[in-house]
Design a binder for this molecule. Structure first.
Ligand SMILES: NC(=O)c1ccc[n+]([C@@H]2O[C@H](COP(=O)([O-])OP(=O)(O)OC[C@H]3O[C@@H](n4cnc5c(N)ncnc54)[C@H](O)[C@@H]3O)[C@@H](O)[C@H]2O)c1
Length: 335
């Protein structure tokens, strides 16, 4: 007798996380029906994504999730729903904060309404962001480092359009927690912390450094050289997401919010140095500049909850991940 087919929906399936999550699911789940939804606002129908779509187990729907009519196309009775679709990328928060607010919030409300009616036995994953609590550090001057899930979510300045995105994640978390409680849904909130790798777009420190290195920019500008971040390679990140969704430990009420990230903290200057070494080139001079406005000094997620729920460990070292990202960006320069 054939096994049960697992039905999985990924919104934002053509995007950075969506692509790698799809690939990981197809590589690890044999009996799966994978439905990918994207309006291709940011996700790309490139060679990599087309390869995913060639798989017989995959169905792709070009839909705008802010349009209520789209939801008739989704079908029903999914086992897992990963809701990744959102306006993402700092450039957009500044250029179209009103659209960031509208698209992210409206699509989540429609998704939750559809989910509770059409897949009430399934499990829902909402991708929030570390941006939802980043304002607390600036506003109060401190946060525990490493930062656990249970910290205040803060919008530092409602007049700064940068925080439009964080606001959608803050409100989004409340929607998911309260829908899950009210309708007894299985759901999960994950907060990605700086996922990186190939195909991550160009609005990010790693692709920006690679571009400057490729163009041999000298003096080499580094914004916030002493600011620290962690970087989680995308294959490790999507594995963590799948492990959390598969775990029965994340089935109860109240639902879990879980940080996903790496623990190797690195300054922007050291990150640049690692990329110089990979490229085999070093600028004569560094042009150290102030951090971008609104940027936080230090960000390090406490991922002990993720580890205790799933036993997850990163498998790709920063050195290896940077090498793979560097090679991809060198082969796919910004147009
Ligand atoms: N990449 C990270 O490190 C990171 C960090 C924090 C949070 N997140 C969150 O994770 C999710 C996925 O992030 P990503 O890096 O893959 O972003 P991404 O921009 O690459 O992917 C999002 C996808 O959603 C699609 N989309 C946007 N609006 C849509 C709509 N109305 N209807 C249908 N599709 C729509 C876009 O075309 C895009 O392909 C987002 O919710 C993002 O906020 C990501």
């Amino acid at each position: 007798m054939a096994g049960k087919i697992k039905k999985i929906l990924i919104t934002g399936g053509a995007g950075f996380i969506g692509y790698f999550l799809s690939k990981h699911i197809l590589d690890t789940e044999k009996d799966v029906e994978l439905v990918l939804v994207d309006n291709l606002q940011r996700g790309k129908m490139d060679t990599d994504f087309k390869k995913i779509l060639e798989d017989r187990r995959v169905k792709f729907l070009t839909l705008d999730l802010t349009d209520p009519a789209s939801y008739k196309e989704l079908g029903s009775d999914y086992d897992h729903v990963y809701h990744l679709a959102a306006v993402n990328g700092t450039k957009w928060f500044y250029e179209m904060p009103q659209e960031t607010l509208r698209i992210n919030t409206l699509s989540l409300i429609y998704m939750l309404e559809w989910f509770r009616k059409e897949s009430p036995k399934g499990k829902f994953c909402f991708t929030s962001s570390n941006e939802a609590y980043a304002g607390a550090l600036n506003a109060f001057g401190q946060l525990p480092i490493p930062t656990p899930e249970k910290v205040p979510l803060v919008i530092e300045d409602t007049y700064n359009p940068r925080w439009s995105y964080a606001a959608t994640k803050l409100v989004g978390e409340l929607f998911v927690i309260n829908y899950a409680a009210k309708y007894n849904l299985r759901a999960l909130i994950v907060r990605p912390h700086n996922f990186y790798g190939p195909r991550a777009g160009y609005d990010h420190v790693i692709p920006e450094f690679v571009e400057r290195i490729t163009k041999r920019v000298d003096p080499f500008p580094i914004f916030g050289a002493d600011d620290t971040r962690t970087f989680c390679f995308i294959e490790d990140a999507v594995r963590a997401m799948q492990m959390l969704m598969d775990s029965v430990k994340t089935d109860s009420q109240p639902i879990e919010t879980v940080h996903i990230g790496d623990f190797e903290e690195i300054t922007m200057k050291k990150l640049a140095e690692k990329l110089f070494a990979i490229a085999g080139w070093h600028p004569e001079k560094l042009d150290i500049k102030q951090s971008p406005p609104g940027s936080v000094k230090r960000r390090l997620a406490d991922v002990s909850k993720l580890q205790s729920l799933t036993g997850w460990q990163p498998q790709v070292s920063l050195q290896e991940g940077l090498k793979r990202a560097f090679e991809w960006y060198r082969a796919h320069p910004k147009k």
